[in-house]
Design a protein around this ligand. Sequence first.
Ligand SMILES: C[C@](O)(CO)[C@H](O)COP(=O)(O)OP(=O)(O)OC[C@H]1O[C@@H](n2ccc(N)nc2=O)[C@H](O)[C@@H]1O
Ligand SMILES: Nc1ncnc2c1ncn2[C@@H]1O[C@H](COP(=O)(O)OP(=O)(O)OP(=O)(O)O)[C@@H](O)[C@H]1O
Length: 291
Amino acid sequence: MEYITEFAAAKINLTLQVTGKRSDGYHMLQSLVVFAGVGDYLRFSPAEDLSLEITGPFASSLTTDPNNLVLAAARKLQEQLGKNCASQTVPGAVIRLEKNLPVASGIGGGSADAAAALRGLLRLWEADLPESDLTSLALELGADVPVCLSSSCRWMEGIGEVLTPGPELPKLFAVLVNPGVPVSTPGVFKALKGNFMPASGKPSAIPALAELIGYLENTPNDLQAPAISQRGIVSEVLTELRGSHGCLFSAMSGSGATCYGLFDTAEDAESAATTLSVENPGWWVAPTFLR
Ligand SMILES: C[C@](O)(CO)[C@H](O)COP(=O)(O)OP(=O)(O)OC[C@H]1O[C@@H](n2ccc(N)nc2=O)[C@H](O)[C@@H]1O
Ligand SMILES: Nc1ncnc2c1ncn2[C@@H]1O[C@H](COP(=O)(O)OP(=O)(O)OP(=O)(O)O)[C@@H](O)[C@H]1O
């Protein structure tokens, strides 16, 4: 049977500055976003109706109800395409999601799935939308969905929807670690208690790893301290990563609890991941590249 596949890469906020709050409660951000080599996989086959099956190590953290971001994305896309060509019936799809990323973990798994669903269904249905309509639709699904549409290095501003290409970066080898504790994104923003930092602006090219680490040391994730105030284990994850042989830098992604460590080589990242997994059974540990 014919089918289409899409990869939903984990999103990593290398930096995250919260610069203010809008009257609707959403926060203004500046973030250097990259994507990992680990992620979820989605498979789309033609069908009359929409349906979703979930497999993979984190399948049991999710249900297939209409709130699942994959189905929410599919429904919104059907509605939009239905409006654009009122005479034609919009088809359905059987969607299979292989859920490899921990849920509610600061690496945008749900957002990446929603973006992959939009990309995959447009391909399956041989349909198209103007880019601005697709970005607006993505933003309605979540602040992180627009950046996940391209899944490539971006400088992110606004509440997540103002996107420009990121600066040139060196090759990045990383280990991602999640301690198995879900974190509520609104809860972490609330714990920030309006402590906004001045924006530092988009950096220019950072081709060398040492230079990038210097930049990251001076541009922390503003949500890291509030996340630690709610989930002390984040601090433990950062200490374990930083103490790993070959780890040059560690910080939290998004609203947590997943943290990333940067390494000089793929071999260092692999071997640190093996040790971290053995010493911390129950933690999700993934060696990967970031780009
Ligand atoms: C923190 C980040 O992970 C950084 O990439 C994202 O901005 C979060 O993106 P997301 O999970 O897709 O966020 P949404 O699902 O749109 O929002 C969840 C909740 O997070 C808070 N939120 C989110 C994004 C933002 N710019 N300001 C916020 O205050 C709001 O309370 C919102 O109700
Ligand atoms: N397909 C999906 N995958 C993951 N989460 C989903 C999905 N559909 C709905 N959700 C819900 O979305 C919420 C956020 O999950 P997600 O894994 O995207 O969080 P996150 O990694 O913290 O995202 P972000 O970094 O964008 O804040 C959870 O409450 C989860 O139950």
